[in-house]
Design a protein around this ligand. Structure first.
Ligand SMILES: *Cc1c(COP(=O)(O)O)cnc(C)c1O
Length: 799
């Protein structure tokens, strides 16, 4: 991997600075240096991308196409340098020049083309697909504006547009010559051909260009560079000249790739989201068909032999009718032929069991996006229902629940299940819940489709790149095999009783805490104690993730101190990071509450700095890369059954934090691996939660009225302890009037108790370091390399 010496890299950098930035080494800015380095890296990637693509066509192997409306890729400079083996030489050259590498790399804007876990998963998967040398590409949308930038003003979340493209984006290649035309709306009519088949014609359709921008995805130390293709919507020249309201017309079209998640509070906003979905799948599938015919010289009847399509949640589900449409209307195949190909192509990943999060679209809207697509969905539904009626008479009374279309709604998850050969959940527990509850009818009908693929994270970004100190400590101890085989982290078991090693582990954590301490100070002006416990909850703000339970516990602790200031408490820093959806009132109230509590607790004389509460604004991938290495307690406290997997839990585990959480999502598998003595588990089980839900819940106000700890903490929300009276009454009433649907009050006492246990454990340094080591050494399972290996062998059949 030593392609460059320091001297040759420096010489190249000098040349790039002049050619690309009209700048020289002596007087160059951070920005110029960043773009010059990125240009060197991109040249390397483009070269390898050409070789990879050539090899792929010659190999005639099946490829995986990963379709996702979100790719939360963050910055690419460091992961590209790392994967191409250029990180060390680049860092050394910069340091020789008297520059700070981290500062130069910070010039890159995060590509925040996703909301949270689902989009970050897609990004980790691409890294692993390339690093394992599989043939696979990602397809998504090049949103002009990514997830909003969060600012906090007086404790209130303000959303600013995320203008990530204001400079050129150094990693993309625009490929206007591979533009695809996508058609929306209009009317369909059919004509009977002499052979009796129907031929479909369209009129009055809106024509939109899908222009691809390709971003290279480098594998680690293997010469592979795959492609993430992001589509951008543009107006065809011909349409523009024809159009009377040119400007408005153009804006309308470009809106399709304008924003990640358009405002969904209006019908037009929701319709735009639907258009985005069809835009992604139509452009992608047309490209795959073209590729098969032109590059592979194969007939479309072999589509499934060359392609597998994984859909990340139901957002790309229109790909199923779109492939049917192309195979039948454009390629002349019969329904049965097209259906056989389609159902051997698609595999669906489910990400949620919460009813309100399962996509359902009004029939009228789907018709409006593309009437032919709706016709095909309708026929898929009719044929499916008829098949159940005729061939599975024992399920006849279930047809109303199985139907893809019911109550004038298209149920996207049902369409995805019917049209796919594989349906997977993202953690063992979640996959069981899908089979037993959410999609139980489908499971009984086609059990062979259902499987589990527990999520993962790329250890290259989340350990090697973001925590080099820990990474080096591990390599010094057990060699570097773990880098290509992360399960080898288990070798660290040899050091379980090695006091010197445990001490070094503790020192690495302290170093990372100091780095985060500086970040916290820069961003908030709050000074935290690096010797306090860093207790971290960073993730999207959502009621089911229960940040409010965390805050209620902090309020409880605060009141304990106020009651008895001399009480012994383990100094702690509670760190939050979370964006709330712009229209999600309760979530935004919780952000306000965190700030209000911080304002009181951080400056209270009796508390005397022993407890600090910090909210870091604009939680994104880059911020996460500072937080994960410094975390000691990983708060994973979702209401059991509601977090499908979680991946933040895996990032923190791999960096030596101890999970404090419920038996939910992948926490269950973390607990199994590290053993009950190396994790802090509390609260209801998912069976208990589901039992309460199906039997009308428990009585929240009973607990409130009989348990004084619960009552005191909750009352603080309305009695003005943190702001004026009734400042947080919406949160207070939201729990009591709705009978606490997320079981905060029910789990409160066990949450308080587990914190006491955790803090008692923390005071035994050696024990804590051993627990931390145990978490690191068992975390190999959660490398996305393991996950992708399972997808590739069980679902995609790439080997
Ligand atoms: C990993 C990650 C997430 C997912 O976190 P969960 O705790 O699994 O919900 C969300 N946002 C960012 C920026 C991440 O890096």
């Amino acid at each position: 991997m030593n392609k460059y010496t320091k001297a040759s890299f420096r010489a190249l950098l000098e040349k790039k600075l002049i050619n690309k930035r009209t700048s020289t080494l002596e007087d160059t800015s951070d920005t110029d240096l960043f773009y010059a380095i990125a240009s060197i890296v991109k040249d390397e990637m483009n070269q390898a991308n050409v070789t990879t693509k050539k090899g792929n066509i010659q190999s005639k192997k099946r490829q995986i196409n990963y379709l996702s409306m979100e790719f939360l890729i963050g910055r690419l400079i460091e992961s590209n340098l790392l994967n191409l083996g250029l990180m060390d030489v680049c860092n050394e050259v910069l340091i020789d020049l008297g520059r700070n590498p981290k500062k130069i790399y910070s010039e890159e804007n995060d590509a925040g083309l996703g909301n949270g876990g689902l989009g970050r998963l897609a990004a980790c998967f691409l890294d692993s697909i390339a690093s394992l040398g599989y043939l696979g590409n990602g397809f998504g949308i090049r949103y002009r504006y990514g997830l909003f930038e969060q600012r906090i003003i007086d404790g209130t979340q303000i959303e600013l547009p995320d203008n990530w493209l204001k400079e050129v984006y150094p990693w993309e290649v625009r490929k206007a010559d591979e533009t695809i035309t996508v058609h929306f709306g209009g009317e369909v009519y059919s004509e009977t051909m002499p052979d009796g088949r129907l031929k479909f014609h369209y009129q009055n359709q809106e024509t939109v260009l899908a222009v691809p921008y390709d971003v290279g995805v480098a594998g680690y130390d293997n010469g592979v560079v795959n492609t993430l293709r992001l589509w951008s919507a543009e107006v065809p020249d011909t349409e523009l000249t024809m159009h009377p309201n040119q400007l408005e017309y153009m804006q309308n079209v470009e809106r399709i790739s304008g924003f990640l998640y358009p405002d969904d509070s209006t019908e037009e906003g929701r319709f735009l989201r639907l258009k985005q979905q069809y835009f992604l799948v139509s452009s992608t599938i047309q490209t795959l068909i073209k590729q098969l015919k032109e590059k592979y010289n194969e007939p479309v009847t072999k589509f499934h032999e060359y392609n597998c399509i994984q859909i990340n949640d139901t957002h790309p589900t229109f790909g199923i009718p779109e492939l049917m449409r192309i195979l039948m209307d454009d390629e002349g195949l019969s329904w049965d032929e097209a259906w056989a190909i389609t159902t051997k192509t698609y595999a669906y990943t489910n990400h949620t069991i919460m009813q309100e999060a399962l996509e359902k679209w009004p029939v009228s809207q789907v018709q409006r996006v593309n009437p032919r697509i709706f016709m095909i969905i309708n026929e898929i539904n009719e044929r499916f229902c008829r098949d159940v009626y005729e061939n599975h008479p024992q399920y006849r009374d279930r047809i109303a629940d199985l139907a893809v279309i019911s109550h004038d709604l298209v149920h996207m998850s049902k369409l995805a299940i019917v049209g796919s050969f594989s349906v997977n959940g993202v953690a063992a527990l979640h996959s069981e819940i899908i089979k037993d509850y959410t999609f139980n009818d489908f499971y009984k009908l086609t059990p062979e489709k259902f499987n589990n693929k527990t999520n993962g994270i790329t250890h290259r970004r989340w350990l090697m790149a973001s925590n080099p100190k820990l990474s080096n400590l591990i390599t010094d101890a057990i060699g570097d095999q773990w880098i290509k085989s992360p399960q080898e982290l288990s070798q660290l078991m040899r050091y379980y009783n090695d006091d010197a090693f445990l001490k070094q582990l503790q020192e690495v954590k302290l170093h990372n805490k100091k780095v985060l301490k500086d970040v916290i100070y820069d961003k908030t002006g709050i000074e935290v104690d690096e010797h306090s416990v860093f207790d971290v909850q960073v993730k999207r703000l959502h009621e089911y993730k229960r940040q409010l339970l965390n805050v209620l516990h902090i309020i409880y602790l605060f009141n304990e101190i106020k009651r008895k200031p001399s009480i012994k408490v383990q100094p702690r820093t509670f760190i939050f990071g979370a964006k709330a959806a712009p229209g999600y009132h309760i979530a935004k109230e919780i952000i306000k509450l965190i700030h209000a509590v911080a304002e009181v607790v951080n400056y209270d004389k009796d508390v005397d700095g022993r407890i600090k509460v910090v909210f870091l604004e604009n939680y994104n991938v880059t911020l996460a890369e500072y937080i994960m290495p410094a975390a000691e307690i990983s708060e994973q406290i979702s209401t059991a059954s509601m977090e499908a997997s979680g991946t933040g839990n895996m990032k923190m585990m791999m960096n030596g934090a101890i999970t404090l959480g419920t038996m939910d999502g992948a926490n269950v598998e973390i607990a199994e691996l590290v053993g009950k003595e190396n994790i802090f588990i509390f609260g209801l089980s998912s069976d208990e939660v589901i039992h309460y839900q199906t039997n009308g819940g428990y009585n929240a106000s009973d607990i409130y009225h009989t348990d004084s700890r619960v009552q005191t903490s909750l009352d603080a929300l309305k009695d003005g302890q943190f702001g004026r009276d009734f400042a947080f009454q919406d949160l207070y009433f939201n729990i009591l009037k709705n009978n606490d649907p997320y079981f905060l009050l029910k789990d409160f006492n066990s949450y308080v108790d587990i914190h006491l246990t955790a803090m008692a454990t923390y005071s035994d340094e050696k024990k804590w370091n051993q627990m931390s080591l145990m978490n690191i050494l068992k975390s190999g399972k959660f490398s996305s390399d393991r996950t992708i290996h399972e997808y590739a062998t069980d679902i995609w059949k790439l080997i």
